[in-house]
Write a protein that binds this ligand. Structure first.
Ligand code: NAD
Length: 412
Protein backbone atom coordinates (compact mmCIF):
# COMPACT_ATOMS: atom_id res chain seq x y z
CA UNK A 1 0.00 0.00 0.00
CA UNK A 2 1.15 3.53 -0.61
CA UNK A 3 0.66 6.96 0.94
CA UNK A 4 0.85 5.73 4.51
CA UNK A 5 0.45 8.27 7.26
CA UNK A 6 3.36 7.88 9.66
CA UNK A 7 1.81 8.92 13.00
CA UNK A 8 3.09 6.38 15.56
CA UNK A 9 0.29 3.82 15.78
CA UNK A 10 1.58 2.33 19.05
CA UNK A 11 1.19 5.71 20.74
CA UNK A 12 -2.37 5.80 19.39
CA UNK A 13 -3.07 2.41 20.96
CA UNK A 14 -1.67 3.59 24.30
CA UNK A 15 -3.72 6.81 24.09
CA UNK A 16 -6.84 4.67 23.62
CA UNK A 17 -5.89 2.61 26.66
CA UNK A 18 -5.39 5.75 28.78
CA UNK A 19 -8.82 7.05 27.81
CA UNK A 20 -10.50 3.84 28.94
CA UNK A 21 -8.82 3.89 32.33
CA UNK A 22 -10.40 7.33 32.89
CA UNK A 23 -13.89 5.87 32.78
CA UNK A 24 -13.35 2.48 34.37
CA UNK A 25 -11.00 1.59 37.18
CA UNK A 26 -8.64 -1.25 36.26
CA UNK A 27 -5.74 -2.35 38.46
CA UNK A 28 -2.68 -0.15 37.83
CA UNK A 29 -0.45 -3.22 37.66
CA UNK A 30 -2.66 -4.79 35.03
CA UNK A 31 -2.58 -1.66 32.86
CA UNK A 32 1.19 -1.38 33.31
CA UNK A 33 1.55 -4.97 32.04
CA UNK A 34 -0.64 -4.20 29.04
CA UNK A 35 1.55 -1.25 28.08
CA UNK A 36 4.43 -3.59 27.17
CA UNK A 37 4.54 -6.62 24.87
CA UNK A 38 5.76 -9.89 26.39
CA UNK A 39 8.55 -9.71 23.81
CA UNK A 40 9.39 -8.03 20.54
CA UNK A 41 11.83 -9.67 18.24
CA UNK A 42 13.72 -8.19 15.31
CA UNK A 43 15.44 -10.48 12.85
CA UNK A 44 17.53 -10.02 9.74
CA UNK A 45 16.75 -12.25 6.80
CA UNK A 46 19.43 -12.65 4.12
CA UNK A 47 18.02 -13.49 0.69
CA UNK A 48 20.01 -14.51 -2.37
CA UNK A 49 18.38 -12.44 -5.11
CA UNK A 50 17.78 -13.66 -8.68
CA UNK A 51 20.76 -11.63 -9.99
CA UNK A 52 23.11 -13.45 -7.58
CA UNK A 53 23.44 -10.55 -5.12
CA UNK A 54 22.52 -10.87 -1.43
CA UNK A 55 20.03 -8.56 0.22
CA UNK A 56 19.24 -8.38 3.94
CA UNK A 57 15.66 -7.67 5.00
CA UNK A 58 14.44 -6.65 8.45
CA UNK A 59 11.66 -8.79 9.96
CA UNK A 60 9.67 -8.74 13.19
CA UNK A 61 7.51 -10.78 15.53
CA UNK A 62 5.84 -9.14 18.50
CA UNK A 63 4.30 -11.47 21.07
CA UNK A 64 2.12 -9.08 23.01
CA UNK A 65 0.07 -11.08 25.48
CA UNK A 66 -0.90 -14.76 25.78
CA UNK A 67 -3.23 -14.66 28.77
CA UNK A 68 -6.18 -16.01 26.80
CA UNK A 69 -4.28 -18.48 24.59
CA UNK A 70 -1.41 -18.80 22.08
CA UNK A 71 -0.25 -15.55 20.48
CA UNK A 72 -2.24 -14.99 17.27
CA UNK A 73 -1.74 -12.40 14.55
CA UNK A 74 -0.90 -11.77 10.93
CA UNK A 75 2.35 -11.01 9.14
CA UNK A 76 2.51 -7.76 7.17
CA UNK A 77 4.80 -7.13 4.19
CA UNK A 78 5.15 -3.41 3.53
CA UNK A 79 7.93 -0.97 2.70
CA UNK A 80 6.99 1.20 5.72
CA UNK A 81 6.44 -1.63 8.20
CA UNK A 82 8.49 -1.05 11.34
CA UNK A 83 8.50 -2.19 14.95
CA UNK A 84 6.04 0.43 16.31
CA UNK A 85 3.46 -0.50 13.74
CA UNK A 86 3.87 -4.22 14.48
CA UNK A 87 3.69 -3.54 18.23
CA UNK A 88 0.48 -1.54 17.82
CA UNK A 89 -1.09 -4.23 15.68
CA UNK A 90 -0.08 -6.90 18.23
CA UNK A 91 -1.64 -4.84 21.04
CA UNK A 92 -4.89 -4.51 19.07
CA UNK A 93 -4.84 -8.26 18.31
CA UNK A 94 -4.69 -8.96 22.06
CA UNK A 95 -7.85 -6.92 22.57
CA UNK A 96 -9.52 -8.18 19.39
CA UNK A 97 -9.23 -11.86 20.36
CA UNK A 98 -10.64 -10.99 23.78
CA UNK A 99 -13.57 -9.05 22.26
CA UNK A 100 -14.32 -11.90 19.85
CA UNK A 101 -14.31 -14.34 22.77
CA UNK A 102 -11.75 -16.73 21.26
CA UNK A 103 -9.05 -18.54 23.29
CA UNK A 104 -6.14 -16.73 21.64
CA UNK A 105 -3.67 -14.07 22.70
CA UNK A 106 -2.25 -11.24 20.61
CA UNK A 107 0.77 -11.11 18.33
CA UNK A 108 1.80 -9.66 14.98
CA UNK A 109 4.67 -9.97 12.54
CA UNK A 110 6.07 -8.25 9.55
CA UNK A 111 8.89 -7.63 7.10
CA UNK A 112 10.01 -4.25 5.77
CA UNK A 113 9.67 -4.96 2.07
CA UNK A 114 7.74 -3.87 -0.98
CA UNK A 115 6.72 -7.32 -2.23
CA UNK A 116 5.97 -5.91 -5.69
CA UNK A 117 9.72 -5.39 -6.14
CA UNK A 118 10.55 -9.08 -5.62
CA UNK A 119 10.20 -12.01 -8.00
CA UNK A 120 8.13 -14.96 -6.82
CA UNK A 121 11.27 -16.97 -6.05
CA UNK A 122 12.73 -14.13 -3.97
CA UNK A 123 9.42 -13.72 -2.12
CA UNK A 124 9.34 -17.42 -1.30
CA UNK A 125 12.94 -17.37 -0.02
CA UNK A 126 12.16 -14.32 2.12
CA UNK A 127 9.03 -15.93 3.58
CA UNK A 128 10.83 -19.18 4.36
CA UNK A 129 13.68 -17.12 5.86
CA UNK A 130 11.25 -15.44 8.29
CA UNK A 131 10.16 -18.89 9.50
CA UNK A 132 13.73 -20.22 9.80
CA UNK A 133 14.64 -17.36 12.13
CA UNK A 134 11.50 -17.67 14.28
CA UNK A 135 10.64 -21.40 14.24
CA UNK A 136 11.67 -21.84 17.89
CA UNK A 137 9.02 -19.49 19.20
CA UNK A 138 6.17 -20.56 16.86
CA UNK A 139 3.83 -23.55 17.24
CA UNK A 140 0.12 -24.43 17.59
CA UNK A 141 0.20 -23.98 21.36
CA UNK A 142 2.72 -21.10 21.34
CA UNK A 143 2.33 -18.58 18.51
CA UNK A 144 0.10 -18.90 15.44
CA UNK A 145 0.73 -16.40 12.60
CA UNK A 146 -1.66 -15.58 9.74
CA UNK A 147 -1.80 -13.32 6.67
CA UNK A 148 -2.14 -9.53 6.82
CA UNK A 149 -1.55 -6.79 4.26
CA UNK A 150 0.31 -8.15 1.20
CA UNK A 151 0.62 -11.70 2.54
CA UNK A 152 -1.43 -14.36 0.80
CA UNK A 153 -2.61 -17.96 1.31
CA UNK A 154 0.28 -19.03 -0.95
CA UNK A 155 2.78 -17.30 1.36
CA UNK A 156 1.16 -19.03 4.36
CA UNK A 157 1.53 -22.38 2.57
CA UNK A 158 5.29 -21.75 2.04
CA UNK A 159 5.65 -20.76 5.68
CA UNK A 160 3.67 -23.75 6.98
CA UNK A 161 5.76 -26.05 4.78
CA UNK A 162 9.03 -24.53 6.03
CA UNK A 163 7.87 -24.85 9.63
CA UNK A 164 6.90 -28.51 9.10
CA UNK A 165 10.33 -29.22 7.54
CA UNK A 166 12.15 -27.71 10.53
CA UNK A 167 10.01 -29.09 13.36
CA UNK A 168 8.23 -32.14 11.91
CA UNK A 169 5.02 -30.74 13.43
CA UNK A 170 2.24 -32.34 11.40
CA UNK A 171 -1.08 -30.69 12.27
CA UNK A 172 -0.50 -27.61 10.07
CA UNK A 173 -2.08 -25.57 12.88
CA UNK A 174 0.92 -23.24 13.30
CA UNK A 175 -0.14 -21.02 10.39
CA UNK A 176 -3.69 -20.02 9.47
CA UNK A 177 -4.96 -18.45 6.26
CA UNK A 178 -3.57 -21.40 4.27
CA UNK A 179 -5.08 -22.38 0.90
CA UNK A 180 -8.08 -24.70 1.20
CA UNK A 181 -6.21 -27.72 -0.22
CA UNK A 182 -3.39 -27.20 2.31
CA UNK A 183 -5.48 -27.18 5.48
CA UNK A 184 -7.12 -23.77 5.17
CA UNK A 185 -10.65 -23.11 6.39
CA UNK A 186 -13.59 -22.59 4.10
CA UNK A 187 -14.78 -18.99 4.39
CA UNK A 188 -11.46 -17.48 5.62
CA UNK A 189 -11.07 -15.26 2.53
CA UNK A 190 -14.37 -13.48 3.04
CA UNK A 191 -14.54 -13.73 6.86
CA UNK A 192 -13.29 -10.24 7.75
CA UNK A 193 -15.66 -8.51 5.33
CA UNK A 194 -18.63 -10.72 6.16
CA UNK A 195 -17.92 -10.47 9.90
CA UNK A 196 -17.90 -6.68 9.49
CA UNK A 197 -21.32 -6.90 7.90
CA UNK A 198 -22.62 -9.12 10.75
CA UNK A 199 -21.38 -6.59 13.31
CA UNK A 200 -22.99 -3.69 11.43
CA UNK A 201 -26.26 -5.61 11.03
CA UNK A 202 -26.40 -6.43 14.72
CA UNK A 203 -26.06 -2.70 15.55
CA UNK A 204 -27.91 -1.21 12.58
CA UNK A 205 -31.15 -0.31 14.34
CA UNK A 206 -29.39 0.82 17.51
CA UNK A 207 -27.36 3.37 15.53
CA UNK A 208 -30.42 4.47 13.57
CA UNK A 209 -29.55 3.24 10.06
CA UNK A 210 -31.97 1.84 7.49
CA UNK A 211 -32.04 -1.48 5.64
CA UNK A 212 -30.90 0.25 2.46
CA UNK A 213 -27.76 2.20 3.23
CA UNK A 214 -25.43 4.08 0.91
CA UNK A 215 -21.95 2.80 1.63
CA UNK A 216 -18.48 4.23 0.86
CA UNK A 217 -15.47 1.89 1.09
CA UNK A 218 -11.79 2.85 1.16
CA UNK A 219 -9.65 -0.04 -0.08
CA UNK A 220 -10.11 -2.55 -2.86
CA UNK A 221 -8.14 -5.45 -1.39
CA UNK A 222 -9.30 -8.59 0.38
CA UNK A 223 -11.31 -6.75 3.02
CA UNK A 224 -12.66 -3.88 0.89
CA UNK A 225 -13.95 -6.12 -1.90
CA UNK A 226 -15.48 -8.72 0.43
CA UNK A 227 -17.22 -6.23 2.66
CA UNK A 228 -18.60 -4.38 -0.37
CA UNK A 229 -20.00 -7.67 -1.71
CA UNK A 230 -21.54 -8.61 1.64
CA UNK A 231 -23.37 -5.28 1.89
CA UNK A 232 -24.60 -5.44 -1.72
CA UNK A 233 -25.84 -9.04 -1.26
CA UNK A 234 -27.87 -7.79 1.69
CA UNK A 235 -29.65 -4.98 -0.14
CA UNK A 236 -27.31 -2.01 0.44
CA UNK A 237 -25.58 0.10 -2.22
CA UNK A 238 -21.86 0.80 -2.51
CA UNK A 239 -21.72 4.30 -4.04
CA UNK A 240 -17.95 4.85 -3.87
CA UNK A 241 -14.81 2.73 -3.48
CA UNK A 242 -11.08 3.35 -3.88
CA UNK A 243 -7.65 1.78 -4.08
CA UNK A 244 -4.23 3.39 -3.61
CA UNK A 245 -4.52 5.23 -6.94
CA UNK A 246 -7.90 6.82 -6.20
CA UNK A 247 -11.58 6.07 -6.19
CA UNK A 248 -14.80 6.16 -8.17
CA UNK A 249 -18.36 7.27 -7.38
CA UNK A 250 -21.76 6.30 -8.74
CA UNK A 251 -24.88 7.41 -6.85
CA UNK A 252 -26.82 4.45 -8.28
CA UNK A 253 -24.38 1.92 -6.82
CA UNK A 254 -21.35 0.07 -8.20
CA UNK A 255 -21.16 -3.51 -9.47
CA UNK A 256 -18.12 -4.77 -7.52
CA UNK A 257 -17.67 -7.96 -9.51
CA UNK A 258 -17.53 -6.11 -12.83
CA UNK A 259 -15.31 -3.47 -11.24
CA UNK A 260 -12.88 -6.20 -10.16
CA UNK A 261 -12.67 -7.47 -13.74
CA UNK A 262 -12.23 -3.89 -14.99
CA UNK A 263 -9.36 -3.27 -12.56
CA UNK A 264 -7.64 -6.49 -13.62
CA UNK A 265 -7.68 -5.35 -17.25
CA UNK A 266 -6.96 -1.65 -16.75
CA UNK A 267 -4.81 -1.62 -13.62
CA UNK A 268 -6.97 0.98 -11.86
CA UNK A 269 -10.59 1.75 -10.97
CA UNK A 270 -10.54 5.05 -12.84
CA UNK A 271 -12.83 5.31 -15.88
CA UNK A 272 -15.24 2.50 -14.88
CA UNK A 273 -18.48 2.88 -16.88
CA UNK A 274 -21.05 5.26 -15.37
CA UNK A 275 -18.78 6.46 -12.56
CA UNK A 276 -16.90 9.64 -11.77
CA UNK A 277 -13.36 9.72 -10.39
CA UNK A 278 -12.60 10.77 -6.81
CA UNK A 279 -9.39 11.27 -4.85
CA UNK A 280 -9.06 9.27 -1.61
CA UNK A 281 -9.47 12.55 0.30
CA UNK A 282 -12.77 13.26 -1.47
CA UNK A 283 -13.92 9.69 -0.97
CA UNK A 284 -13.54 9.90 2.82
CA UNK A 285 -15.54 13.14 2.84
CA UNK A 286 -18.38 11.83 0.65
CA UNK A 287 -21.91 12.07 2.05
CA UNK A 288 -23.16 8.55 2.85
CA UNK A 289 -24.82 6.43 5.53
CA UNK A 290 -21.80 4.30 6.33
CA UNK A 291 -18.09 4.90 5.68
CA UNK A 292 -15.85 1.82 5.76
CA UNK A 293 -12.09 2.47 5.91
CA UNK A 294 -10.63 -0.86 4.74
CA UNK A 295 -7.10 0.07 3.65
CA UNK A 296 -4.68 1.10 6.44
CA UNK A 297 -4.15 3.12 9.62
CA UNK A 298 -4.43 6.88 10.35
CA UNK A 299 -6.60 7.94 7.40
CA UNK A 300 -9.09 9.92 9.51
CA UNK A 301 -7.21 12.46 11.60
CA UNK A 302 -7.70 15.90 13.16
CA UNK A 303 -7.20 17.30 9.65
CA UNK A 304 -10.31 15.73 8.10
CA UNK A 305 -12.55 14.45 10.93
CA UNK A 306 -14.68 17.61 10.91
CA UNK A 307 -15.36 17.09 7.20
CA UNK A 308 -16.68 13.53 7.51
CA UNK A 309 -20.31 13.43 6.34
CA UNK A 310 -21.05 9.75 6.99
CA UNK A 311 -23.77 8.89 9.52
CA UNK A 312 -21.61 6.09 10.97
CA UNK A 313 -18.18 4.50 10.43
CA UNK A 314 -17.28 0.80 10.38
CA UNK A 315 -13.52 0.42 10.93
CA UNK A 316 -12.35 -2.60 8.97
CA UNK A 317 -8.73 -1.49 8.61
CA UNK A 318 -6.73 -1.58 11.82
CA UNK A 319 -6.39 1.82 13.48
CA UNK A 320 -7.80 3.98 10.63
CA UNK A 321 -8.94 6.76 12.99
CA UNK A 322 -6.53 8.61 15.29
CA UNK A 323 -7.58 9.16 18.95
CA UNK A 324 -7.89 12.93 18.28
CA UNK A 325 -10.22 12.26 15.36
CA UNK A 326 -12.24 9.82 17.51
CA UNK A 327 -12.98 12.69 19.92
CA UNK A 328 -14.14 14.93 17.09
CA UNK A 329 -16.40 12.24 15.62
CA UNK A 330 -17.86 11.48 19.06
CA UNK A 331 -18.73 15.16 19.52
CA UNK A 332 -20.28 15.25 16.04
CA UNK A 333 -22.46 12.28 17.06
CA UNK A 334 -21.00 9.92 14.42
CA UNK A 335 -20.84 6.41 15.90
CA UNK A 336 -17.61 4.55 15.14
CA UNK A 337 -17.79 0.75 15.20
CA UNK A 338 -14.22 -0.01 16.27
CA UNK A 339 -11.70 -2.22 14.48
CA UNK A 340 -11.18 -4.61 17.38
CA UNK A 341 -14.84 -5.54 17.06
CA UNK A 342 -15.62 -4.78 13.40
CA UNK A 343 -12.80 -6.76 11.80
CA UNK A 344 -12.65 -9.59 14.33
CA UNK A 345 -14.44 -11.98 11.94
CA UNK A 346 -11.05 -12.63 10.28
CA UNK A 347 -9.26 -13.81 13.39
CA UNK A 348 -12.33 -15.74 14.51
CA UNK A 349 -12.27 -17.85 11.34
CA UNK A 350 -8.47 -18.13 11.69
CA UNK A 351 -9.16 -19.62 15.11
CA UNK A 352 -11.69 -22.00 13.48
CA UNK A 353 -8.94 -23.07 11.03
CA UNK A 354 -6.52 -23.77 13.91
CA UNK A 355 -9.25 -25.71 15.71
CA UNK A 356 -10.13 -27.75 12.60
CA UNK A 357 -6.44 -28.58 12.01
CA UNK A 358 -5.96 -29.75 15.59
CA UNK A 359 -9.16 -31.84 15.50
CA UNK A 360 -8.40 -33.09 11.95
CA UNK A 361 -11.82 -31.87 10.81
CA UNK A 362 -13.04 -29.88 7.85
CA UNK A 363 -16.08 -27.63 8.22
CA UNK A 364 -18.13 -26.42 5.24
CA UNK A 365 -18.41 -22.69 4.52
CA UNK A 366 -22.02 -22.84 5.74
CA UNK A 367 -20.92 -24.36 9.07
CA UNK A 368 -18.16 -21.75 9.43
CA UNK A 369 -20.54 -18.82 8.87
CA UNK A 370 -23.18 -20.37 11.16
CA UNK A 371 -20.58 -20.49 13.94
CA UNK A 372 -19.31 -16.98 13.13
CA UNK A 373 -22.66 -15.15 13.21
CA UNK A 374 -23.64 -15.73 16.88
CA UNK A 375 -20.09 -14.91 18.03
CA UNK A 376 -20.14 -11.58 16.17
CA UNK A 377 -23.64 -10.79 17.49
CA UNK A 378 -22.62 -11.57 21.05
CA UNK A 379 -19.43 -9.44 20.91
CA UNK A 380 -21.35 -6.57 19.30
CA UNK A 381 -24.18 -6.51 21.80
CA UNK A 382 -21.80 -6.77 24.79
CA UNK A 383 -19.83 -3.83 23.36
CA UNK A 384 -23.02 -1.81 22.89
CA UNK A 385 -24.16 -2.60 26.44
CA UNK A 386 -20.84 -1.37 27.86
CA UNK A 387 -20.99 1.82 25.79
CA UNK A 388 -24.47 2.54 27.19
CA UNK A 389 -23.60 1.59 30.75
CA UNK A 390 -20.53 3.87 30.83
CA UNK A 391 -22.13 6.61 28.64
CA UNK A 392 -19.26 6.33 26.23
CA UNK A 393 -18.49 5.40 22.63
CA UNK A 394 -18.32 1.90 21.13
CA UNK A 395 -14.51 2.00 21.08
CA UNK A 396 -14.32 2.30 24.84
CA UNK A 397 -17.19 -0.18 25.13
CA UNK A 398 -15.12 -2.76 23.23
CA UNK A 399 -11.93 -1.97 25.17
CA UNK A 400 -13.79 -2.48 28.46
CA UNK A 401 -15.11 -5.86 27.27
CA UNK A 402 -11.57 -6.96 26.29
CA UNK A 403 -9.84 -5.59 29.37
CA UNK A 404 -12.38 -7.21 31.71
CA UNK A 405 -11.86 -10.60 30.05
CA UNK A 406 -8.05 -10.38 30.13
CA UNK A 407 -7.75 -8.93 33.65
CA UNK A 408 -10.09 -11.56 35.07
CA UNK A 409 -8.02 -14.40 33.54
CA UNK A 410 -4.81 -12.75 34.80
CA UNK A 411 -6.31 -12.66 38.27
CA UNK A 412 -6.48 -8.87 38.74
P1 NAD B 1 -4.92 -5.74 0.93
O1 NAD B 1 -3.47 -5.56 0.74
O2 NAD B 1 -5.61 -6.92 0.32
O3 NAD B 1 -5.71 -4.43 0.42
C1 NAD B 1 -5.39 -3.13 0.79
C2 NAD B 1 -6.09 -2.18 -0.16
O4 NAD B 1 -5.84 -0.83 0.24
C3 NAD B 1 -5.62 -2.28 -1.61
O5 NAD B 1 -6.75 -2.25 -2.45
C4 NAD B 1 -4.83 -1.00 -1.81
O6 NAD B 1 -4.89 -0.54 -3.16
C5 NAD B 1 -5.60 -0.08 -0.93
N1 NAD B 1 -4.86 1.14 -0.61
C6 NAD B 1 -3.54 1.32 -0.44
N2 NAD B 1 -3.26 2.61 -0.25
C7 NAD B 1 -4.44 3.25 -0.29
C8 NAD B 1 -4.84 4.60 -0.19
N3 NAD B 1 -3.95 5.57 0.02
N4 NAD B 1 -6.12 4.90 -0.26
C9 NAD B 1 -7.04 3.94 -0.50
N5 NAD B 1 -6.74 2.66 -0.62
C10 NAD B 1 -5.46 2.32 -0.52
O7 NAD B 1 -5.16 -5.72 2.52
P2 NAD B 1 -6.41 -6.27 3.31
O8 NAD B 1 -6.12 -7.65 3.76
O9 NAD B 1 -7.64 -5.96 2.55
O10 NAD B 1 -6.33 -5.37 4.64
C11 NAD B 1 -6.83 -4.05 4.67
C12 NAD B 1 -6.88 -3.59 6.13
O11 NAD B 1 -7.70 -4.48 6.88
C13 NAD B 1 -5.54 -3.56 6.87
O12 NAD B 1 -5.57 -2.49 7.81
C14 NAD B 1 -5.51 -4.88 7.62
O13 NAD B 1 -4.67 -4.86 8.76
C15 NAD B 1 -6.97 -4.96 8.00
N6 NAD B 1 -7.42 -6.33 8.33
C16 NAD B 1 -7.34 -7.31 7.41
C17 NAD B 1 -7.81 -8.58 7.73
C18 NAD B 1 -7.82 -9.69 6.73
O14 NAD B 1 -8.45 -10.74 7.01
N7 NAD B 1 -7.23 -9.52 5.55
C19 NAD B 1 -8.32 -8.84 9.01
C20 NAD B 1 -8.39 -7.79 9.93
C21 NAD B 1 -7.94 -6.54 9.56
Amino acid sequence: MDNKNIQNPFQNGMAQLDKVTKIKDFSKEFIARLRQPDRDIRISIPVKMDDGSMKIFEGYRVEYNNTLGPYKGGIRYHKDTEINEVKALAFWMTLKCAVAGIPMGGGKGGITVDPKELSKTELEKLSRGWVQKLADILGPKKDVPAPDVNTTPEIMAWMANEYAKITEEETGATFTGKPLDKGGSAGRGSATGLGGFYVFNSLRKQIGLSEKCKIVVQGFGNVGVNVAQSFIENGHKVIAISDSKGGIYNADGLDIEKLGEYKKKNGSLSGFAGSKNLTNKELLETECDLLIPAAFENVITEANAEKIKAKAILELANGPITPEADEILFKKGIPVIPDILANSGGVTVSYFEWDQNLREEHWSEKEVFEKLLPMMNDATQKTFKNAKEYSTDLIRGAFILALERISEKMGY
